[in-house]
Design a protein around this ligand. Sequence first.
Ligand code: GLN
Length: 403
Amino acid sequence: MRNPVPELLDEVLRACADDDEGELLQTIPELADEDPDRFAVALCTLDGRVHSAGDAEHRFTIQSVSKPFAYALALADRGLETVLQHVGVEPSGDAFHEISLESNGRPRNPMINVGAITTHSLIGDPSLGLAERDERVLAGLSAFAGRRLEVDDAVAASEREHASRNLALAYLVHSQGKLDGEPHDAVDGYIRQCSARVDVRDLAVMGATLAAGGRNPVTGEQVVDSWVCTQVLSVMATCGMYDAAGDWMSRVGIPAKSGVAGGVLGALPGQAGLAAFSPRLDEIGSSVRGVRAFERLSVELGLHLMHAPEVASHVLHGVVEPDRDGDGRREVQLQGTMHFAAAEVAVRELQQLPDDGAPVVLDLSRVASTNAIGRRLLTEAVERMRGDGHEVEVADPDGHLAG
Ligand code: GLN
C-alpha cells in the first residue's frame, strides 16, 4: 500500500506553486541570491515519521524560525520567572523589527527582533563566554532538529554588515537594564543563531518536538520539559506571525513562526510538526507560498487548533449489566483518553448506576492514556462509591490510575 500522505503534500504543493507574488528579502544581500521558485513542504508525526514534497533537501537559513527555540532554551536554562523579567508575552501588533517595548522597557515578546535579541542573551549560564553561548544555542537547535546543524557563515557575515537596526534595538534594551551582557555580543550571537542552516524536514521535526511536549520523536531525546513547550507554543500562537498573528490564528489555527529566508514552521500540540519553504515574502516578512501551503494543510488535514474535537460521546465503551454474564457484577467499560472532559462524563456514568447492590467493575483496559485531572476524578469517584458502601473493583491492567 502506498502511503497517501506524501501525495496529499504533493497536491498542496501543486495547488500553491503558481503563486509568484512577493519579493525576496533585500536587507540581507546574501539571501537575495536564492532561487525564488524553490518550494517544499514537510510534516513530522509524533512517532517520528517525516513526510515531505518538493525541494525538501534544499537548505536555507532558519532566521526568525529560530526564535521560539531560543526562547525554549532560555526558559529551560533560566526558568520562567527570570525570562519574564526580561521579555514579555503580549502580541505587539507591530512589524518584526519595530521598537516594541513596554513602558518598563521590557520587549513585548520573544518573537520580534527586540525580544529575540534579549532572549538570546539569556541562553545558558550567565557566566558563559560568547563561543560557549554560541555552542549552547547551536547544540540546542540541533537537538530539536535531531541532527547537528551548521551555521552559514556567508549569510551571518552579510547580516552583520547590515545590523544597524538590530544593534539599535539591542542598545535600547540595554539602556533599560533588560539586556544581559553587551549589545554587540547579543546581536552577533543572535545573527549566528538566525544563520543556522535547515531544510523543511528539519523544521518539521523541530515543530514535532514542541508538539510532543519536548521529546524529539525521531531521536527520542527529551530536549526540554513539557511546561517549556506549553509556554513556547502559547507565545507562538499569539505572537509568532507578528502583526498578522490574529489573522493567522483564525484562518490557519496552528501555532507557527516564519523567517525571512522563506521558512515557516508550525506545531500542533499532540498531532504533528509542519514546515514549508519558499523564498518570496509578503509585506510582513513571511513566505507567500509557505503561508498558502499552511492555509491549505490546515483545511485538508483538519488541523485548526480551535476546531472542537469530539470527545465526550466516545468515553463509554459499554456497560455490561449484572445478568448478562451471570457473575452478578455490573461492568463499566471506559475507553480513549481520560482527560478532564472524558473523566467528567465517566464520573457521571458511575453516579447514575442503579442502586441495586450489584458489585461494580470499572474496566480501564481500553483506556489509552490519562492525565492528572483524569486520574484524580476517577480515583475520587471510586473512593466515594466505596465510601457510600458500594463494592467497586478497578480493572486497570496498564496501571493508568497508579501513574
Ligand atoms: N535575522 C533576521 C533579522 O534579524 C531575522 C528576521 C526574520 O526572520 N523575521 O532581521
